[in-house]
Design a protein around this ligand. Structure first.
Ligand code: LLP
Length: 421
């Protein structure tokens, strides 16, 4: 359940009618629900009840300061993948001891800044990275807490661009080489090996791939301990999927996921970390857009919206499905018709949906893209010199702009024309 429901025939975000926000900020815009963010975070906390745990929100999904603050105030940790995300997490009030640093290409500078500022752990992805971190930590006279990300060679059965746990992917070290790599880590100065990390992909709609990966990690924990490594923390990654197509998708629930974690690693006496992004933010946000034109094409009608691929790239990039619903609730029994739903950007790839059954719509009517809170605003660009669209946060009956739409001047003035021109 989320908090975007029709009330008296109008789609609301919590207690705020969407046309009210549209009037105040103009379309298109993203809007997030505080209650949904809170609920989703709490679902994971409840699912892991009884296990020593830290839920580290994967802030790549949505890193607006206000969103981070909602979660940080609840006690969430953060999974960061860049120096910029680290700074954002700290700015939102997340203490260093609740931040884990993931990613295959951490630079010396990022390592230094995180060590100096405080960090819970680095999730190391390769031997070269490990050698550099050892050097950087030594130069600061510190010991860097590390886990090593293992690649369990498990098929996550998700979109190829977001699967990470197969041997052909760039992530982690092959699990078969783990003993060798842990021996190296244990011998290096400046490192404190605290655990194991795994993340096999995103938008997983079955538990089985998680189970395969987690059982391999549990075995590895036992054998590494037998070799003298003090494995006391397991970072089990993120990846639990959400229902994008509500009519026919029912991915596993956080409770089922939590039960699986307990079954696989519950007897190891470890601290468990998870890194969910999409499940926390995805259905906590929608994108609201206005119809500019309804165009009759050859054998098909186009709904031309004021949102485009630069605002929400997932349909063009991953052929992702998003429910698109009218903001004014259609009368029951109103017949639907197929539309190609597109944006104004000058390429055919700027298509949100083909032949989507919708009730008839007219110019200036509002539609909402569901499940747009994760990997929406954060992946937006200014392609076609279209301003990044505003983000709005709702709590009960109040709403606030949490990122304003830039003016054209602000956008253009970021360019610098050399004086010789
Ligand atoms: N941890 C690590 C190391 C990750 O790489 C990711 C996502 C997560 C956690 C969070 O996964 P989640 O719980 O959100 O599934 N832009 C794509 C998704 C890319 C995911 C990348 N890594 C999309 O729009 O579908």
């Amino acid at each position: 359940m989320d908090h975007f429901l029709y009330r008296d025939g109008i789609l609301h975000a919590e207690d705020v009618a969407l046309p009210r926000i549209a009037e105040a900020v103009g379309t298109p815009f993203y809007v997030y629900s505080t209650a949904t963010l809170t609920r989703h975070y709490q679902l994971f906390k409840d699912a892991l009840d009884g296990v020593d745990n830290l839920v580290c929100y994967a802030m790549k999904a949505n890193s607006n300061q206000a969103v981070l603050k909602v979660l940080a105030d609840l006690g969430a940790g953060m999974d960061v993948v860049s120096g910029g995300e680290y700074v954002r997490a700290r700015a939102a009030g997340v203490p260093g001891e609740r931040i884990v640093f993931s990613g295959v290409g951490k630079t010396r500078e990022e390592m230094r800044d995180a060590l100096a500022g405080g960090i819970r752990q680095f999730n190391i992805e390769s031997e070269p990275e490990m050698l550099v971190l050892s050097e950087v930590a030594q130069s600061l006279g510190m010991k860097a807490p590390v886990t090593i990300r293992v690649n369990p060679d498990v098929d996550a059965r998700t979109h190829e661009k977001i699967a990470t746990g197969k041997s052909e992917n760039k992530f982690g070290i092959p699990i078969a080489r783990a003993h060798e790599v842990y021996a190296l880590a244990g011998s290096l100065p400046g490192l404190d090996v605290v655990g194991i990390d795994v993340h096999i992909g995103s938008q997983l709609t079955e538990l089985e791939p998680f189970e395969q990966a987690y059982l391999k990690v549990a075995d590895l924990t036992r054998s590494l301990r037998a070799e003298g490594h003090n494995i006391r923390r397991l970072d089990l990654g993120g990846g639990l999927g959400i229902p994008y197509e509500r009519s026919n998708e029912a991915p596993p629930l956080p409770t089922e996921y939590g039960a699986l974690i307990k079954k696989c690693v519950g007897d190891l006496g470890v601290e468990v970390e998870i890194e969910p992004g999409r499940l926390i933010a995805g259905n906590a946000g929608i994108l609201v857009s206005s119809v500019i034109y309804v165009k009759e094409g050859e054998g098909r009608d186009f709904l031309i919206l004021d949102a485009a691929m630069n605002d929400l790239v997932r349909p063009s990039m991953y052929s992702a499905y998003h429910d698109i619903i009218p903001v004014v609730e259609p009368a029951p029994g109103l017949e639907k018709q197929p539309y190609d739903i597109v944006g104004p950007v000058c390429e055919s790839g700027d298509t949100f949906a083909k032949q989507r059954e919708m009730v008839p719509l007219k110019a200036n009517e509002l539609v909402a893209f569901r499940s747009a809170g994760a990997y929406g605003a954060v992946m937006a660009s200014e392609y076609n010199t279209r301003p990044l669209i505003p983000e709005v946060l709702v709590q009960d009956d109040q709403f606030a702009v949490i990122r304003a739409r830039p003016t054209f001047d602000e956008m253009i003035n970021r360019d610098i024309v050399p004086e010789w021109l």
